[in-house]
Ligand binder design. Structure first.
Ligand SMILES: [Ca+2]
Ligand SMILES: [Ca+2]
Length: 474
């Protein structure tokens, strides 16, 4: 009996203690503040958008002449809504002789006739805005076409335009008195000397790209004023901002700092390059000059002031520049508090990764950008653009969905090039290479990877979608 009684008491004590402990625990939990969700930051549209690049010439032809046009783009805007696109940027749509497919602009204030009229542009912009899609234009500040009024006037030494471009006298040839030499050894991005002789002016002009693309002189305040005027013209029309082209080449060394002459770039010493090829020299005086960032910071000031004056949705500048990570990050701003582009395009997936990359390579590439990026800035990611082979050619076709998913899952902005949402691959259409070679039979390109840079390989990317988008996106 005793043992039964002891067991009963023990049970009562255990149950009693259990009830008390449970009650205390419940009371503690019940009185605790509920766990608060992570603080949500209200992001502006450009801080988390899907940004879609259109190459107008090859996107969609509306009138059957084989050339993409603005009406074609307008007719496909619903596709962007369905695809979840928030903003689009268009490669140049301005008047151009098309030596470099629109990157040689002869009139920064007019629409190129093959793409349509200003009315077509206004209609595109209105319809895009009705659908909630932002529209950015390609702003090409480094150079104009040699057919532009700017250049014609500058070559003719018209007052006010004399110094619009980078002009320099010939150097004497020590071995031949009747010969002339260019002002320096600078090599154009498209190979050969970056200097071209003008019979009209009897001087050389600088062209970091094609001969028909003379470089503006950004040491001339009138040039900087004109750039602001161009941006204002399009902002007044209602565009939401700009993708700014080829910034690393915007400024070159000042002869005033080098005894009155343009200094030669140092030689790379790489045996595989000849003097006319990019890579023969190190672009010390022709690329990534620190002064160019001040111009970008001035543009940001202008855009922000415009925003203050006009209100409305935020206008943006996204900058293009293939540079090393430190020089790229300076486009965001510097440690003195100057602010530049809303973001510089991140080309790391294009340049650093390929079908041979491991998961570790991907992680490293992502973390590197996030590590170097200034605190609080907005990252962006992209796997292709008009200047590079399409993602399925650089990676593998069965990686496309994964790449697009990664792009969309990472923080910040997902940038995509027309056709990447369907894994567009020009290599499936070899006949288009024939077409390309008819257009650019002799163009020499020597980009970073000379062994793989076949002539005019980027034109392939610029042309390929004219058929595929017509066939697949409708
Ligand atoms: Ca057309
Ligand atoms: Ca330049």
């Amino acid at each position: 009996m005793h043992s039964m009684k002891a067991l009963g008491i023990t049970l009562i004590v255990v149950i009693g203690v259990g009830v008390i402990a449970g009650a205390i625990t419940w009371a503690v939990i019940a009185t605790r503040e509920p766990a608060s969700p992570p603080e949500l930051i209200d992001l502006d549209w450009w801080q988390h958008c899907v940004l879609y690049q259109i190459y107008p010439r090859s996107f969609k032809d509306s009138d059957g002449n084989g050339i993409g046009d603005l009406k074609g783009i307008t007719s496909q805007l619903e596709h962007f809504v369905e695809a979840g696109v928030d903003a689009m940027w268009m490669s140049p749509i301005f008047e151009s002789p098309m030596v470099d497919f629109g990157y040689d602009i002869s009139n920064f204030y007019e629409i190129h006739h093959e793409y349509g009229t200003m009315e077509d542009f206004d209609n595109l912009l209105r319809r895009a805005h009705e659908l909630g899609i932002k529209v950015l234009l390609d702003f090409v500040p480094n150079h104009a076409s040699n057919a532009s009024e700017y250049f014609i006037k500058s070559e003719a030494m018209e007052p006010g335009y004399e110094d619009f471009f980078v002009w320099a006298d010939a150097l004497p040839d020590p071995n031949n008195a009747s010969n002339r030499l260019p002002p320096s050894n600078w090599v154009s991005q498209f190979a050969n000397s970056a200097w071209e002789w003008s019979d009209v002016r009897q001087q050389y002009y600088l062209h970091q790209f094609a001969i028909e693309q003379p470089d503006f002189n950004f040491r001339n305040p009138a040039v900087k004023d004109e750039m602001i005027k161009i941006m204002k013209f399009w902002l007044d029309k209602g565009v939401d901002g700009f993708r700014v082209d080829a910034l690393p080449y915007m400024m070159e060394a000042d002869p005033a700092d080098h005894g009155g002459r343009y200094p030669d770039d140092p030689l790379s010493g790489l045996a595989e390059f000849e003097p006319h090829q990019l890579g023969y020299t190190i672009p010390l005086y022709t690329k990534d000059l620190i002064e160019l960032y001040d111009v970008v910071y001035e543009w940001r000031e202008f855009i922000d002031q415009y925003q203050k004056d006009k209100g409305g949705e935020t206008r943006v500048i996204f900058s293009e520049g293939y540079a090393n990570v430190s020089m790229t990050m300076l486009y965001y701003g510097n440690e003195d508090g100057d602010i530049g582009a809303h973001f510089p395009f991140n080309f790391d997936f294009i340049r650093e990764l390929s079908d041979e990359s491991t998961a570790r390579d991907f992680a490293y590439t992502v973390l590197r950008w996030l590590t170097y990026m200034p605190a609080g800035a907005v990252p962006n990611w992209q796997t292709g653009n008009h200047d590079n082979n399409r993602a399925p050619s650089r990676f593998r076709i069965n990686m496309v969905d994964g790449l697009n998913s990664l792009n969309l899952l990472l923080p910040g902005v997902a940038v995509t090039y027309q056709g990447e949402e369907i894994g567009g691959n020009p290599n499936e259409r070899p006949e288009q290479n024939l077409f390309r070679n008819l257009i650019f039979p002799n163009k020499i390109r020597t980009r970073n990877r000379p062994e793989t840079s076949l002539p005019s390989d980027k034109e392939d990317e610029r042309r390929a979608l004219s058929f595929r988008v017509a066939g697949l996106c409708l």
